[in-house]
Design a protein around this ligand. Structure first.
Ligand SMILES: [Zn+2]
Length: 234
């Protein structure tokens, strides 16, 4: 782009943002030109966990480490009721905002780029009824955002989710675990065997989904498993 065109393009962007000012997803302040989804002061206040600084000794890894072949686990943000992570993920899961998933993924990707490597990323599959309702898999958005930094292929076909799992609030803990068994199915064992895989999730709470997914994947002998989530209550 020539300098003249670059200047014109900048004017155009300013003009568009005057007509359609974008606001911060957290505090609703009008965003500056170089801010995306969050204003700078909210971005500074993001409740980061820094678990990625020690991928195999942090609260989330320690919670999941009985999973066979698990070598690393981390989550970007601390999840709390009415906190920033909850608000951002709500937009992603229930607000139809695919873009915010990519933004969250790329923010975390910028921290993970030197420390994560693998053969492919598997976004936690969602059931086809959910896919129809939401229009997309939110973990796919996160994986796409991460991909800009970590350059690992996304595999969203080798594993599928066969059960939607009904609302779990009325079940007790044991029932919940039983309900999670046989939820996932591996369709392409060749894509799993001897591969180094990264599971991508939006939020990890009980860990039941991750346990169930990893248990299914482990039947096909992957080389290693890593788990990356955007948020965790742990
Ligand atoms: Zn803000």
């Amino acid at each position: 782009m020539s300098i003249r065109n670059a200047i014109l393009y900048n004017y155009w962007q300013d003009f568009v943002s005057l007509l359609f000012p974008e606001t911060c997803n957290h505090c609703n302040q009008t965003l500056l030109k170089n801010e995306l989804h969050l204003c700078t002061s909210c971005q500074i206040q993001l409740p980061v966990t820094n678990y990625h600084l020690c991928l195999n000794d942090n609260p989330i890894y320690n919670d999941l480490k009985i999973i066979e072949n698990l070598v690393a686990a981390t989550a970007y943000l601390k999840y709390s009721r009415h906190g920033m992570a909850q608000k951002l993920l709500k937009r992603l899961k229930y607000g139809g905002d695919y873009e915010i998933g990519k933004v969250l993924g790329s923010w975390y990707g910028s921290h993970l780029k030197e420390i994560i490597s693998a053969d492919c990323m598997i976004p936690v599959p969602i059931h086809k009824s959910k896919l129809k309702q939401r229009g997309y898999n939110q973990s796919q958005a996160i994986a796409e955002g991460l991909q800009g930094y970590v350059n690992i292929a996304i595999d969203n076909t080798s594993v599928v989710r066969n059960k939607a799992t009904a609302t779990q609030t009325k079940r007790n803990k044991t029932d919940r675990w039983v309900a999670m068994s046989e939820v996932f199915e591996v369709r392409s064992p060749d894509q799993i065997r001897n591969k180094n895989l990264v599971i991508i999730d939006d939020v990890i709470t009980t860990g039941a989904t991750i346990f169930s997914l990893c248990e299914t994947i482990n039947r096909y002998e992957p080389q290693s498993l890593q788990v990356i989530a955007i948020a965790t209550g742990k």
